[in-house]
Design a protein around this ligand. Structure first.
Ligand code: SAM
Ligand code: SF4
Length: 324
């Protein structure tokens, strides 16, 4: 079992397989970064898998593949299959913008993937284009349909932004209700890479919008998940992820691995340690030692609740690097 320096059990590993993306979402990667991580610095699937085996053997039971856009990495289904074959009962999920799902969903399902979280910020083509800075909606909706058709579990993530898509919260709820899938509204998390003019909606404002169309009942947090769940009058459930409150930090169960091998204990902070040398040498003991150190150093909580000072205190972590 993996226990961190604050006594929390860590059993959830998020693995970013690339920082590259085919979208330029304003809250994440509004512009192409000055330079990408050179291809030779990216860990191969075999190297990532060596660390994943260590993590599973030591107590990880849930793995999420993310990015950047993970479906940009060629033959991702072979990576899914490696993990699935090693531990078929692992809770294996993927977060994606869905753009490439029409051609990949079946292969991923066949390889052993169980669930998908899909980002859907708008149902209006022009607004989706404004956020992703590309005309994406039609393909994204096709991707969601394909995922449902092949039998993958689907959840939707929406980041409500003031003056951009804040009038679509009820529409996204309706869209999900009609397909019997759950939506989680995520508070916009300020970071140095995002478009500075963006204003996110606070959890309370998001709930107020939902209440314009529904009566809602609080259900509570789902285990160690950062999502607080609510039910509409007819039982339809939705979630709210509100890191500005950071009350979920006390049960945080996750660590993150980047595509070049940095093991990150908290999404907010810059601190990280590399497992790259260890996995390149096939050094299982070395990888395990880095994991132990990162757990020991895991911060108690994030700092999104603090008012940022002239940009200085905003998180410098890029979501496209850590995988959100
Ligand atoms: N490209 C995939 C996608 O968009 O789903 C996976 C990576 S993306 C970084 C993972 C999640 O982080 C997405 O749901 C996205 O909406 C969320 N995200 C990115 N930047 C964010 C921010 N500044 N605040 C809140 N959520 C953010
Ligand atoms: Fe790409 Fe996902 Fe970031 Fe949008 S949120 S730019 S789709 S990594």
């Amino acid at each position: 079992m993996l226990i961190d320096g604050h006594g929390r059990t860590v059993n959830y590993l998020r693995v970013s397989v690339t920082e590259r993306c085919n979208f330029r979402c304003q809250y994440c990667m509004p512009e192409k970064p000055f330079s990408w991580v050179p291809k030779e610095n990216l860990l191969s699937f075999e190297e990532l898998f060596l660390f994943i085996k260590v993590a599973i053997d030591e107590g990880v039971t849930k793995i999420r593949i993310t990015g950047g856009e993970p479906l940009l990495r060629e033959d991702l289904d072979s990576f899914v299959r490696m993990i699935h074959d090693y531990k078929p009962d692992i809770d294996l999920a993927l977060t994606t913008n869905a753009y490439l799902l029409p051609q990949t969903a079946q292969k991923l399902k066949d390889a052993g993937l169980k669930r998908l979280n899909i980002s859907l910020d708008s149902l209006k083509p022009e607004v989706a284009k404004q956020i992703a800075q590309k005309d994406v909606l039609d393909q994204v909706l096709k991707g969601i349909d394909k995922a449902l058709e092949v039998g993958l579990g689907v959840k939707i993530n929406m980041v409500p932004l003031k003056g951009i898509n804040d009038d679509e919260i009820l529409d996204i709820l309706d869209y999900c209700k009609a397909r019997n899938i759950k939506v989680r509204f995520i508070e916009y998390m300020e970071n140095r890479h995002a478009n500075v003019s963006l204003r996110g909606m606070h959890g309370k404002e998001i709930l107020a919008k939902v209440k314009e169309g529904h009566t809602i009942r609080a259900l509570g947090r789902e285990g160690a998940s950062p999502s607080f769940n609510y039910a509409l009058e007819d039982g339809t459930e939705f979630g709210l992820i509100d890191p500005h409150k950071h009350d979920f930090c006390e049960s945080c169960n996750r660590i993150r691995l980047t595509a070049e091998g940095f093991l990150i204990p908290c999404l907010y902070f810059d601190e990280a340690m590399s497992i790259a040398d260890a996995v390149k040498k096939g050094d299982i003991e070395g990888a395990s030692q880095v994991l132990a150190q990162v757990l020991k150093d895991k911060p108690k909580e994030n700092r999104w609740s603090e008012t940022p000072n002239e940009g200085e205190d905003i998180s410098a972590r890029a979501f496209y690097e850590t995988g959100g």
